[in-house]
Write a protein that binds this ligand. Sequence first.
Ligand code: SF4
Ligand SMILES: [Zn+2]
Length: 341
Amino acid sequence: MSLTKVVRDIRSRQKVKFNPPDKPTAVWTGKDLLDGKPISTLTVIFQTSGCRWNNCTMCGYVYDSARKPPSHDELMKQFESAMSRCKDEEFIVKIFTSGSFLDDGEIGAETRKEMLSRLGADNRVKKVIAETRPEYVTHEKLSEAISALGKRFEVAIGLETSNDMIRKDCINKGFSFSDFVRASEVAGQEGVTVKAYLLLKPVFISEGVAISDMIKSINDAVPYAGTISINLCNVQKGTLVEEMFERGDYRPPWLWSAVEVLKSGKELAPNTVIMSDPVGAGSARGPHNSDKCDTAVAEAIRMFSLTQDAGIFDKLDCECRELWKKVVELEELTFGAPIVR
Ligand code: SF4
Ligand SMILES: [Zn+2]
């Protein structure tokens, strides 16, 4: 049975939540780096018809998408509701759609143009980052976006790994490293910067392989991305990751593994911004260590992301670090089956 069929079967058993079509799925404020300095961010997840691909093993965003495609007016109301949330004098706007902002099937060309023009006219907005799959990154789409926005624009692409086999057989992502490279080159020619998301520990690989996959992926992605963000896999509802987690066949990554990846990545690529937001850290369904150090390690990861100073990690220690080292060693013998929850 193909991985796509397995994911589709799981999807068919889930319910799509109802959200009013004129409200975004989620909006929150946070911090990011702009030219080496921390700046506020406003992150918006627009409620659209959802990702056209919709087949990745770890992704539960589909259940947040709209039951019927929202109209232009509904999407603009979502936009206005989101923009009213940030009171800072300057900030970056991050646009997610639980899919691709540049896909006309999710956000029509006119709607996208109007949103970007309004962001362009808002002097508080210093930069806009929009998430998209690489197939929607074209010269035409980017030049339209840039002329509407008239300020710094970045595309964020969920590359997940530079290893085509892991991306296909563990994530079922549906594109190749060369598709990402092409998108990055098109972006570069249009003056658009690129952020790559990588995924630490998809299903079917051991903790140790997951760590080395991330370090190699950072090395491979550096020429094509100014910022690399490491997503620490968490267990989302209605996914293959969740099915395996419930059977005891999957454990989210250790926070120590994330520390290792960030430290080694920064050493390999000192001029690239390398970051991670440890979403759900410390819970069984999120990245976690084995006991009391989760809060401190997650905080160090957040601090590193804002300062790029890997020295922050030198202050961390806990007795579970030795256990983690053993897990990394022994999981090679269990072919990735978890030995510690
Ligand atoms: S491409 Fe992105 S939004 Fe679409 S299924 Fe995969 S992870 Fe989810
Ligand atoms: Zn610990």
